[in-house]
Ligand binder design. Structure first.
Ligand code: ADP
Ligand code: PMV
Length: 393
């Protein structure tokens, strides 16, 4: 009987150049340490059934249940004796690529079950690892087609390989995607306005602005495009540890990028409130991420911020109904915990299997992170990742 195992994949944040990306400018999206986790447990022979990963048939789950069924019927092992249990720490519908992360988990788990992947293991040649990542990514894209209709493929590419990508739309074909394997791991505050938003409406807003004020809007879009280029130039050589100017340089670019997005009309009073509170606390540089009009803001921390200042700010956010996440930018891509057994443990659980009940009962984001997390506060040993060849940037 195959052991119980687990796979995990990150969400994403657009770090530079949303909206300008629609008009062919380069944009940078990076993996964040909020993740989906999928536990695959084998049933005994007497219990032959397939259990879908969503316990409540809530409307919001229907699309991803469809993706699961499509992938399961395309890739599923001939012996349907498994329970797939999905838990996630990524807010849904907030522009953080939750569905792509789910699809990467489903695709990786199903491909592992039919033994169509090799690794991950520490000695695996990067070229071979790259092939596995792409195999997972392509099937995940099929799942994304079920959920999003016509996605660009950026979210699943980031969730598969982690770190970050530079993507650029192409008038005559699919977008070009360059993997940024040297992208730094940076602590990030992610604040969810809890304000629902529609990407299509925000994109339409910019289109109308461009029709009514073509010259000025194009100037703004050009300006935004130059921001990603400038940010990119720093990656190969910069030290982002806080001992150099690199972090401040990126911080300035983040603030400038937000200013441009405000002038395109895609911010929201709740997003501006986040920026105001962060600016008063003077802890970092803030911009909206994704389509805007609600959704999330990201703050890159200045170096040497006192924990107390962050805690005070977090209290203010909570009092005003914002949801906060301390995350890492440039997180790892798809990972595997095989078998799903505790390796390190301060609670005397080392060697114990992480079973379905334990996973289901984990209490919220914190509970999931404590149990199996590869996030910020927790890093459970045993997770392995396919590691790509290091690119020049
Ligand atoms: N963890 C999840 N569980 C169930 N369904 C999900 C999950 N994540 C995403 N989805 C489905 O995918 C849709 C798109 O969500 P998401 O990827 O978060 O959108 P975006 O990143 O564009 O804001 C949701 O409306 C929901 O139907
Ligand atoms: C506004 C835009 O640039 C990014 C939208 O991001 P999201 O849907 O919020 O993840 C649209 C796009 O590039 O397709």
């Amino acid at each position: 009987m195959a052991p119980t195992f687990m796979v995990s994949a990150p969400g994403k944040a657009i770090v530079f150049d949303e909206h300008a990306a629609v008009y062919g400018k380069p944009a940078i999206a990076a993996a964040i340490s909020l993740r989906s986790y999928l536990l695959v447990a084998t049933l005994s022979k007497s219990r032959r059934r397939v259990e879908a990963p969503y316990r409540e048939a809530a409307k919001i789950h229907i699309k991803s249940a469809t993706a699961f069924l499509y992938l399961f019927l395309s890739l599923g092992s001939k012996s349907p004796r498994f329970i797939y249990t999905l838990r996630s720490t990524i807010p849904i519908g907030a522009g953080l690529g939750s569905s792509a992360s789910v699809c990467i988990c489903l695709s990786a788990a199903l491909l592992l079950q039919i033994r169509a992947l090799s690794g991950p293991h520490p000695d695996q040649p990067p070229k071979e690892a790259e092939i596995q990542i792409e195999h997972i990514n392509r099937w995940a894209f099929v799942g994304e087609l079920c959920i999003h209709g016509d996605p660009s493929g950026v979210d699943n590419t980031v969730a598969a390989g982690g770190k970050a990508v530079l993507f650029q739309r192409n008038a005559s074909g699919p977008p070009s995607v360059i993997r940024l394997t040297k992208f730094p791991k940076l602590p990030l505050l992610l604040v969810d306005t809890q304000q629902p938003r529609s990407t299509a409406i925000q994109v339409e807003k910019v289109k109308t602005l461009k029709t009514n004020h073509p010259e000025i809007t194009e100037m703004i879009l050009d300006g935004i495009g130059k921001i990603a280029t400038s940010a990119l130039e720093l990656i190969p050589w910069a030290d982002f540890s806080g001992n150099s100017d690199a972090l401040g340089h990126w911080g300035t670019l983040i603030s400038m990028n937000h200013g441009f997005l405000v002038s395109l009309g895609v911010s929201h009073p709740r997003l501006e409130r986040i920026r105001e509170l962060v600016d008063y606390a003077n802890i970092g540089w803030t911009k909206l991420t994704g389509a805007g009009g609600g959704g999330c803001a990201i703050t890159l921390f200045r170096p040497d911020i006192e924990e107390q200042t962050i805690e005070e700010l977090e209290r203010k956010f909570a009092a005003e109904g914002f949801q906060i996440y301390e995350t890492i930018l440039g997180a790892d891509g798809v990972g595997v915990l095989w078998p799903a057994v505790f390796r390190n443990s301060t609670d005397g659980k080392a060697g114990e299997e992480i079973d379905q009940k334990m996973f289901e009962n984990a209490d919220g984001v914190q509970g999931i992170n404590q149990l199996v997390g590869v996030g910020v506060q927790e890093y459970r040993e045993g997770w392995e990742f396919w590691t790509r060849d290091v690119s020049p940037i």
